[in-house]
Design a protein around this ligand. Structure first.
Ligand code: SF4
Length: 187
């Protein structure tokens, strides 16, 4: 693998299908990082982890994963558990994910950091980029703030994840994002 080393924070496999090859074509040596402690329940985490591993394999890349620690994530966001999706809980969740990725990159002297979060049509990309730039800068890293959903990026990611046979989730990830999901209410 040649090029400038870049750690790509993967919120999930489908969202990585466009950013990864685009960054690689741009001359970056991409390494993937999956946080995952926001994902509930553990069975769902395992499905998403396997999908991320499949994506990394398809890209012939390198995979890094954080330890799964949902209790710590729940404790961190507890104050904001009743926030609607897109509110303060989500901003803190982005920060926890990006801080974990930035710490990992800094420890391994990977100078560039990026995230797949900005491919989502539902997420606040300005807030994501502000958080990413701050956590990267505080650790001496360079933030690549591409808004991946621009130019049909999200639509292409759906097609590409179908082509690769990747698992696609139907909720954001945490316990709170499943409120109102009948299968969860009965579980
Ligand atoms: S809804 Fe998604 S972004 Fe918001 S806190 Fe839950 S997992 Fe994180």
């Amino acid at each position: 693998m040649t090029g400038k080393r870049l750690l790509l924070h993967l919120c999930c496999a489908p969202d990585g299908t466009v950013p990864w090859p685009t960054l690689a074509e741009g001359g970056y040596a991409v390494e993937g990082f999956f946080y995952g402690s926001n994902i509930h329940p553990q069975e769902e985490y395992c499905l998403r982890l396997e999908a991320v591993r499949s994506l990394v394999k398809a890209q012939k890349g390198v995979f890094h994963g954080a330890p799964y620690d949902p209790d710590r994530w729940l404790e961190a966001v507890g104050e904001w558990k009743d926030e609607p999706e897109g509110g303060k809980r989500c901003l803190l969740c982005f920060r926890l994910q990006l801080e974990a990725a930035a710490d990992f990159a800094a420890e391994r002297e990977i100078p560039f950091l990026a995230t797949t979060l900005t491919i989502s049509p539902h997420k606040d990309v300005a807030a994501i980029n502000a958080i990413g730039a701050a956590v990267a800068s505080s650790r001496g890293l360079s933030w690549i703030g591409t808004i991946w959903r621009k130019g049909g990026g999200f639509t292409r990611s759906v097609a590409e994840s179908c082509r690769l046979g990747l698992y696609r989730q139907n909720y954001c990830g945490c316990l709170y994002s499943r409120r109102g999901d009948d299968s969860f209410e009965k579980a």
